[in-house]
Design a protein. Structure first.
Length: 253
């Protein structure tokens, strides 16, 4: 799905008749986010680390590099990267059935999607920490509007109609692409690069490995769960391969 999303963004960017983009999900979800367990495969730790950096950076780079206005129309739960990526859009409209959540702290995953910069700038330090931190607050509907994450909140049945109206107004007024907090694209690219390294590093941490084992085991996905248990048990051995690399130097979880 991430690859399809990137291709769709590129297609819209190259289409001269497309002047603005509305991004939404199929009911009842906006997006359940990234399948973290699905990104890990057996292999050399440094190769795996580089792969995660590349995948994470490319996902958000696709939003940062998109040259036309983007309106995120959140129609239901948006989880993880599905939440942070909307902050890279020009504006956000939500339905009364929407919710946002970033369970990074619970999973032992570093913050991504330029959330380390944009969330405090747009929402304020305390609200940003409530959402991104250990509390893991998941505001919904009008709460998303009240904290300043979204610019509009409408009834579920009116979401796409109102999103269309807003986007058409952007086209009429020739609205340029913009980022929240008046951020420059070059700054966001660098933040995304740094965050992606930290995300990849956190995938090798004990907390992430334990959380993935527990998550998969409770859902009776025994084989994938045991993969993470094996990684956790053997971590003192394979992590030595990283100590002389940039990964080991930057962060040793």
């Amino acid at each position: 799905m991430m690859e399809e999303l990137k291709r769709a963004l590129q297609k819209a960017a190259n289409n001269a008749t497309t002047k603005a983009l509305i991004l939404t999900g199929t009911d009842p979800y906006y997006s359940a986010g990234v399948n973290l367990a699905g990104t890990l495969r057996f292999g050399h730790p440094q190769t795996l680390h580089e792969t995660i950096v590349t995948l994470n950076q490319a996902l958000f780079q696709a939003f940062i590099d998109f040259p036309k206005p983007i309106l995120a129309a959140i129609n239901g739960p948006a989880i993880g990267a599905a939440t942070t990526s909307t902050m890279l859009c020009d504006a956000i409209i939500v339905s009364e059935r929407s919710s946002i959540s970033t369970p990074f702290a619970k999973l032992g995953v570093a913050r991504e999607g330029c959330s380390t910069y944009l969330f405090p700038k747009v929402l304020g330090e305390s609200t940003a920490e409530r959402i991104l931190g250990k509390e893991g607050w998941s505001p919904s509907g009008k709460e998303i509007l009240d904290i300043g994450f979204a610019q509009w909140c409408v009834s579920h049945d009116q979401l796409l109609e109102e999103a269309q109206r807003i986007a058409e107004d952007w086209v009429t007024t020739q609205k340029p692409r913009s980022f929240k907090a008046n951020a420059e694209a070059e700054l966001l690219r660098e933040i995304n690069r740094q965050e992606s390294i930290r995300v990849a590093t956190s995938f090798f941490g004990s907390q992430f490995l334990d959380s993935q084992f527990e998550f998969l085991w409770t859902r009776k996905k025994r084989m994938p769960a045991m993969f993470f248990r094996l990684l956790r048990i053997t971590r003192p051995i394979w992590f030595k391969l990283l100590k002389s690399s940039s990964l080991g130097q930057e962060n040793r979880p």
